[in-house]
Design a protein around this ligand. Sequence first.
Ligand SMILES: Cc1cc2nc3c(=O)[nH]c(=O)nc-3n(C[C@H](O)[C@H](O)[C@H](O)COP(=O)(O)OP(=O)(O)OC[C@H]3O[C@@H](n4cnc5c(N)ncnc54)[C@H](O)[C@@H]3O)c2cc1C
Length: 358
Amino acid sequence: MSRVAIIGAGIGGLTTAIGLQRHGWDVSVFERAPASSPVGAGLSLFANGFRALDLLGAGDAVRTIAGPAPQHLTTGQRRRDGRWLATTAPEAISALRVVHRADLHRVLAGLLEPGTITYGKKVDGVPGGYDVVVAADGLRSPTRGTPVRYRGYTSWRGVTTRPVDLLGGAGESLGRGERFGLASLPDGRVYWFGVVSLPAGTEFPDEYAEVRRRFDRWHAPIADVLDATDPATVVRTDIHDVAALPSFVRGTTVLLGDAAHAMTPDLGQGANLALEDAATLTHFLGALPIDAALDAYDRTRRPRTQALSRKARTLGRLLQSRSPLRDALLRLTPAAVATRELTGIQAWSQPGVPSGHS
Ligand SMILES: Cc1cc2nc3c(=O)[nH]c(=O)nc-3n(C[C@H](O)[C@H](O)[C@H](O)COP(=O)(O)OP(=O)(O)OC[C@H]3O[C@@H](n4cnc5c(N)ncnc54)[C@H](O)[C@@H]3O)c2cc1C
């Protein structure tokens, strides 16, 4: 039986473990945190993410926590006073669900054989004695070993403690160098994020008070959403990405998820791409000798993930822009163009085994 060590029990590590265990691999996951501890925030899962979960055999389990599409919500971009700049065609996001990260981790970990994950185990270097080592150790992956790049903006995320009426609208509202996002979770609680352009290393004595100072006077129900949030649960995250790597593979060690291609969160695709990575790596390792499988993984995953990373960075720059031209551009972009872009990103399917192998 082939043996794999997976460094990191994030979304990428957990789903790779699920996929390889289903292919009969002996899987060990090592996680430095003492227990599963995802940040208290939401996560958008798109059609491509669900397709990858289905290939991994985890789609139905995740659908139980994802719920149906929220009804009667217009989504898109608004001004800070609430006037719409652009709305998203419902067909472009019919598969989109926003889930709580803690629910997703719980469901994914529950699909693994008991004892697969060792918590409180920080891996230094590449562990020996395995046929393959998967480094799913996130943005600051020591295995990758290249620096992260601060992209000039920071974020705060939170989830309300109770349902809040979104008054029919979701998506992002745009100020000058500032944004606020709203999304409905399946139980009616609201996942929100605030994004602000700031010099690297800026700190505030009270992060929640800073969010309120900046966004309280924006359109309803933003102040109500912040009222319904426990200040102690608000998470601050500076936005980084990593430079494109020449390869995701070193010998029999393979980078996956943010370790390979951390990107700015502007497309909401980072975790979805980690799911695609997991489905693709699993597929190739199930069908090909190890060297050929890792090579096929690298060749299929790098172009797509690096192109989407560039796209996310460009979109982030536009959305954080202080220029009034930004609003004009959003207003004037035909809905059909935006729809094509969104559906194009989600139109991912599992590549086949390269010819020459059976
Ligand atoms: C503000 C923000 C909002 C986002 N919103 C979305 C969204 O809506 N939709 C979306 O698809 N993506 C989103 N993303 C991106 C998404 O969070 C990431 O792409 C995704 O979590 C990556 O998963 P991962 O498993 O690769 O890495 P991680 O989730 O970072 O997991 C890495 C794991 O490795 C562990 N680890 C690290 N080093 C070691 C070590 N040496 N030994 C053992 N364990 C180790 C860590 O503790 C961690 O548990 C967002 C990101 C940010 C910053």
